[in-house]
Design a protein around this ligand. Structure first.
Ligand code: FPP
Length: 265
């Protein structure tokens, strides 16, 4: 990554946004399920893990484009609580890949003002990876650029169970009145605390599932599914996703202006 974004003003940023996009209606938070790495590799006669390696490049490019185009937060599903059931070799490759990427990219992330956080049950990760995550999180905590959230050993149900346990513990200690628990209280216990909910979920490789990703936070997200495998996800595919998003009418359970007007008259 270059250093050019660190001092980019809002005006300059809007200029980086492709002409087809409305810079004012760029989604503030984009979440992505990076699916199809294994199939991308197999289709080329390569070992599955080569797909993960190529997937890192696609993720770096996506992060840079999102930052250029004014997206404020990018949350990527890198390793789910279910992914431990994959062959040991693939799990080990992924853990080592996460470590290498962090070691290799941290300086660039710092220079780009990216704030990186890892969301999930991190205690179960290899100790070396935990240490690198702690270091990267601390070193980028005060950065003012895009928020880059990497969901690692993440499961939406697990996240909700942990939040319930935390609230129950506080209630049992008499620190919290059960009837005072509302959506904000619960959201504050999630790994994503402090981050606004995603506006857009992108899933690659044509699958149409949520796969235990951000179950609470995706309540009103627009969903864009593309057939491309994650390693092939590029500028054109991201632009298509954002244009699809900008073509949607978001109603959050209410009525859009047209229908509300018709009922009101
Ligand atoms: C899903 O494809 C992808 C993963 C389980 C791993 C994604 C991880 C990365 C791209 C690395 C990111 C690294 C950092 C440090 C942020 P799949 O293997 O399920 O593909 P398939 O459906 O074709 O089998």
């Amino acid at each position: 990554m270059s250093h050019r974004l660190a001092a980019t003003s809002n005006d300059a940023r809007a200029k980086l946004c492709p002409a087809e996009l409305d810079p004012v209606r760029v989604p503030a938070h984009v979440a992505v399920i990076m699916d199809g790495n294994g199939r991308w590799a197999q289709a080329r006669g390569l070992p599955r893990v080569m797909g993960h390696r190529a997937g890192v490049e696609a993720l770096k490019a996506t992060l840079r484009l999102c930052s250029d185009w004014g997206v404020k937060a990018l949350t990527a599903y890198a390793f789910s609580t279910e992914n431990w059931s994959r062959p040991g070799d693939e799990v080990n490759f992924l853990m080592t890949l996460f470590e290498r990427v962090l070691q290799r990219e941290l300086q660039a992330l710092e220079a780009e003002q990216v704030r990186i956080r890892f969301l999930g049950d991190l205690d179960a990760l290899p100790e070396k990876l935990q240490a690198l995550i702690a270091d990267a999180t601390a070193r980028t905590a005060n950065n003012t650029g895009i928020h880059f959230n990497v969901c690692t050993n993440y499961g939406g149900r697990r996240e909700l169970v942990l939040a319930a346990q935390a609230l129950a513990t506080r209630a049992a200690r008499g620190e919290l009145e059960p009837s005072s628990i509302d959506e904000n209280t619960l959201a504050a216990e999630l790994f994503t605390a402090g981050e606004q909910d995603p506006d857009l979920l992108i899933r690659t490789s044509g699958e149409r599932r949520i796969s235990n990703f951000l179950l609470w936070q995706l309540a009103y997200a627009e969903i864009h599914v593309t057939d491309v495998f994650w390693p092939d996800f590029n500028r054109e595919a991201l632009l298509e996703a954002l244009l699809d998003y900008q073509g949607r009418r978001r109603r959050f359970g209410g009525l859009d202006d047209l229908r509300a007007g018709a009922l009101g008259s």
